[in-house]
Design a protein around this ligand. Structure first.
Ligand SMILES: [Zn+2]
Length: 171
């Protein structure tokens, strides 16, 4: 059976049963891989972070309902889960350089990081709560523009509030 729940870009998923599936993990190196990104450790996530990310989806499903979670904007649900897991494919500095066009990084990777940065911004800089964000999701474009503007105007400041060292790099 090839793709039961997991699509090529996914590291894991939580189906209706509540079980957590990880596409492919390396327990010893604490790495998780998505099919689309292959086995390049610089394009892996941590296995521990991936598990926490999927648990965070489950917790959000408990809060809003299984199907309602899927109705939330993708940026919000993925951004919150990455925020909770403190895990992304890209470390903060690399993501920042990619988003600001100082380094060539596939936009699919920088988009993922930007979602987490937006969730982090709303929670840490605007003092919003997760409940508030789930109840009335803000418009992504507005928040993203604000976050990118902060990255441009004060990159080091951005790295300090976003938690530069929170991306665990195990390779
Ligand atoms: Zn997810």
């Amino acid at each position: 059976m090839k793709h039961l729940f997991l699509r090529d870009k996914h590291f894991g998923c939580v189906p209706l049963t509540g079980d957590i599936f990880i596409t492919e993990g390396d327990v010893e190196r604490d790495l998780a891989f998505a099919r689309r990104l292959g086995h390049d450790p610089s394009r892996a996530r941590t296995l521990s972070g991936s598990i926490v990310h999927e648990i965070a989806h489950r917790l959000i499903q408990h809060r809003v309902g299984f199907f309602q979670e899927h109705d939330l904007p993708v940026w919000l649900r993925e951004g919150l889960c990455d925020y909770i897991a403190r895990d992304s494919i890209l470390p903060a500095r690399e993501a920042l350089e990619g988003i600001l066009g100082r380094r060539s990084i596939p936009s699919s990777l920088t988009h993922g990081y930007l979602r987490r940065a937006c969730a982090t911004y709303l929670l840490r800089k605007e003092g919003r709560s997760i409940d508030e964000l789930l109840d009335s999701p803000p418009l992504y474009d507005k928040i993203r523009n604000r976050v990118v503007a902060l990255m441009e105007s004060d990159p080091e400041g951005f790295l300090s509030w976003v938690g530069e060292n929170e991306s665990i790099q195990t390779y």
